[in-house]
Structures are given as C-alpha cells and as structure tokens.
Design a protein around this ligand. Structure first.
Ligand code: ATP
Ligand code: MG
Length: 429
C-alpha cells in the first residue's frame, strides 16, 4: 500500500482522556479511533493486525477440530432466563434493549446460553458427540472500569469456543488439547516467554479454571509464578503468604504436589478456559441417548480469547520509547519502504519499481511515497512499528544498495536489491 493513499495519519498527541499506553500508541499511529471510553473503531492498519491475530487463532482452533460459526449479538431474554442469568444482580455487565413492541433483548456478553439452546436441534445421540464450535464475535459488556484501552472494551471481539462431550474423559482430553492450542497461539504471537497457564477460581464444576496471564505492569490481575513448573496462581485463589490446607489439597488433587511461588506480579488475562460440567446442559435439557440406551446430559466447556486484548497486550509489552514494535506474524505490513526523494526524481522512479516488484513477489509493503522530510518519515515508521524498513535515497542509489533496518534491534545494514528480496522472502512466519 502507498502511504500517500492511506487515509489515516499519525498524530503527536493522544486524546487527553486516554490513559492506557496501548490505546495512546495505537491512536497516535492511526490503528484505532476512540469513540467513547472502552469503545474503539479499527482503522486500516489496526484491522490488518486484528485479522492476522484472528487468523493465528483460527488455524489453531481448526487444528483441534473446531467448527466456526457466527452467532447473533441480539439475544432472546428467554434463553437467559432459562439459565438464571438474565437478572442484573447475577450478570452485572448487561446491555439490554427493546423491540418496538417492548419485547426485551440482550446484547450478547457471552454465548453459552444461546449455543446450548441451538445445539439441542443437532445433538440427540452419542453419535452426535463430541462437537466443538467456535466463533469470532462482538461482545457487549457494560464494564465499570474501562481504563485499559482496547484491553477492556465495552464492545470487543472475542473468540469463544464451546465443547460438547458425552463423558468426562472426552471432555478432559479436549480441555487439555485446548490448553496446548492456547499455549501455541501465545507463543506464535511472540508472548510465549511471558505468558503463564494460571490456576484461577473455577466455578461449580471444577476446582480451577485456567487463565493465560501475560506479565505486564499494565495488567489488572495479580499472579504468583512457579518458574520451575512453568505455572502461576491467581491472587484470587492464593493470598501470597502461604497455601491454606484446603488450597494445598485442591492443588494436589490436580497434580500439583508442591509449589514454590514468586510474586506478586501484575499480569493481563489474555485467555480463560472453563469446565462447565452440566450447568448449562441441565438448565436447557441438552441430553443425548447413550450407547446403552440411557439418557445423559452433555458435558460442556467454554474457552475464550480476546483478540483485541491481545493486540493491546502486544502494544503494551513489545513497544519501546519510539512506538509500536509488531512481531512479524501480525504486523500490518512486513516491510516499510521509505523513499527520500531527490529533486531530479531518480529516487522516486527507482523506488516505485522496487515497490511494484516486491508487491508482486508477495511481500506486504507499506511504501512511504509521501512528500515529507526524512525525519518525519522515520519518526512515523518508528511509531507504526513495521518489523523491517528499507530506505532509498540518492546516497544509497549511488552506492547501489538500500539501507535495511530492523525495527526491534535497530540494526542497520546495507544490502543490494537482490539481497533485500532474498531476506524478505526468507523471513517467513
Ligand atoms: P476479565 O476478568 O478481564 O474481566 P473475563 O474473565 O470476564 O475477563 P471471559 O468472559 O473469560 O473474560 O472472556 C474471555 C476472554 O475475552 C478474556 O480472557 C479476555 O481475553 C477477553 N475479554 C474479556 N473481557 C474483555 C473486554 N472487556 N475487552 C476485551 N477483551 C476482553
Ligand atoms: Mg476471566
């Protein structure tokens, strides 16, 4: 893409009311636009990052047998009454609305209810199980604290996966598989070394749920880490002094015999997985006929990741004093091609052709063809955070090279055009 064509512009200042570092940077770089506290629009650069994050998650969900759907945001009050979660005192983040005839509707905060009701049309026998269904869908939550930028939206994208199994063994095996898929996702996004599988409060059907917590000073959660076992425990189940006998017994029952924890550390919850048991299948009478002819409730699980929160997390933990630093897999473009125009137009003529060639070779290039000073172009490139930069000027033309710069390390090398093409082709995800 030619940068002169891009409608967004970088800006020196973030909106005064914006307090989160991720949103400040993303707004200044033109990735998102703030509408209200906790409500952000995604602009071309931001959407490209979001779609790449979504694609990584989608690949891993498909690899474990997930089937993708899109459920609706407008939800029937009746399904929520069935599970007992329509009441504002039970679920305190509701946005509710009404049809013209006064029928109440909810704007979906999550989809256990709706999907359980839907699956009744398709699950009747053991032959119909197991089933794994997921979506990328906009959730609405009336969050009281919306001070973490896109990490805590009032309207935000969630990947939510739901599992439907005939027995506990099948459920447990899939739960484990999902946990591993989640770890792969965070590793692929460059967060593997600072993201911990974390024991958190589980609800009524298992001792623990598992959160995926990424260490960051901007996190809203507090965790304790056992580095040797590569696990963590959320403050909500461990107070930081010593384990209560009950907690030690609970941990022992899930295979953790002893813990050696450091902390407290601040962390961002990037994912959360739950065993739901028969909480929803009982309420909705989602039963199946087992092989022996008996009627049994389906065993369920739910598994969430926030792609927007992940994008915010990347902006928080990987950026530096000059701006954003995207990992290759989700960067809006792979190469920022910067032309420093000369009066005779030689640089422009050369760079136009190079841009076309690279694009034809499948390299995603943002070409800074704007008529601006070098300093402004470099500052913008630093802010936008594309992993690799190639600079063309009358000097580099005379030397028959281009200057190649790595955004993360700051390392600059002079390379020939052929070398540049090779380097970009080689660096695959
Ligand atoms: P939190 O404890 O941070 O409020 P939650 O436990 O309510 O989140 P879940 O319902 O488990 O969140 O949602 C699954 C995932 O969706 C979370 O792990 C997070 O990545 C993402 N998520 C949740 N709430 C938001 C939000 N308001 N904005 C952006 N992403 C969110
Ligand atoms: Mg959670």
């Amino acid at each position: 893409m030619r940068q002169s064509f891009l409608f967004t512009k970088t800006r020196k200042e973030a909106p005064k009311d914006e307090v989160a570092q991720n949103a400040k940077l993303l707004i200044r770089a033109g990735f998102i636009h703030k509408e209200l506290a906790g409500v952000y629009s995604y602009l071309p650069l931001g959407l490209r990052v979001m779609e790449k994050i979504v694609e990584v998650i989608r690949e891993e969900m498909n690899a474990i047998g997930g089937q993708e759907v899109t459920l609706t945001a407008l939800q029937d009050k009746k399904v929520w009454e069935t599970s007992g979660r329509w009441d504002d005192s039970v679920l305190d983040v509701w946005f509710k609305t009404k049809l013209k005839n006064d029928t109440e509707l909810g704007l979906g905060t999550t989809h256990e209810e709706q999907l359980t009701a839907l699956m009744k049309d398709y699950i009747a026998s053991y032959r119909d199980l197991p089933r794994y269904v997921y979506q990328f869908q906009t959730k609405f939550r009336n969050e009281t604290r919306a001070k973490s930028g896109i990490m805590r939206g009032r309207e935000f994208l969630m990947k939510d996966l739901y599992s439907f199994s005939a027995d506990q063994e099948t459920h447990d095996a899939f739960y484990e598989k999902t946990k591993q898929a989640y770890s792969r996702i965070f590793a692929r996004l460059g967060l593997g070394d600072r993201t911990y599988v974390t024991f958190a409060s589980g609800g009524s059907f298992s001792k623990y749920s598992h959160e995926f917590q990424t260490l960051s000073e901007s996190g809203e959660d507090i965790i304790y880490i056992d580095k040797k076992q590569n696990i963590a425990i959320n403050k909500e189940v461990y107070n930081g002094d010593s384990l209560s006998t009950e907690e030690a017994n609970n941990l022992a029952s899930v295979g953790i015999k002893s813990v050696n924890l450091e902390g407290p550390f601040k962390a961002i919850e990037v994912g959360n997985i739950f065993s739901l048991g028969t909480r929803f299948s009982d309420a909705f009478e989602l039963n199946f006929v087992a092989q022996d002819g008996s009627k049994k409730p389906v065993i369920m699980g739910s598994y969430g990741i926030g792609p927007g929160r992940l994008m915010g997390t990347l902006a928080e933990v990987l950026s530096d004093e000059n701006g954003l630093v995207w990992p290759e897999v989700v960067a809006p473009f792979r190469l920022h091609l910067i032309a420093l125009f000369d009066k005779e137009g030689k640089v422009k003529a050369y760079t136009d052709v190079l841009y076309e060639e690279l694009t034809e070779q499948g390299v995603e290039v943002l070409y800074d063809d704007r008529d601006q000073r070098a300093g402004e172009k470099f500052a913008d490139a630093d802010l936008i955070g594309i992993p690799y930069r190639a600079i063309v000027s009358d000097k580099t033309l005379a030397e028959k090279v281009v200057e190649f710069k790595d955004r993360k390390t700051g390392e600059v090398t002079k390379v020939s055009e052929t070398q540049l093409q090779k380097m970009l082709a080689k660096k695959t995800d």
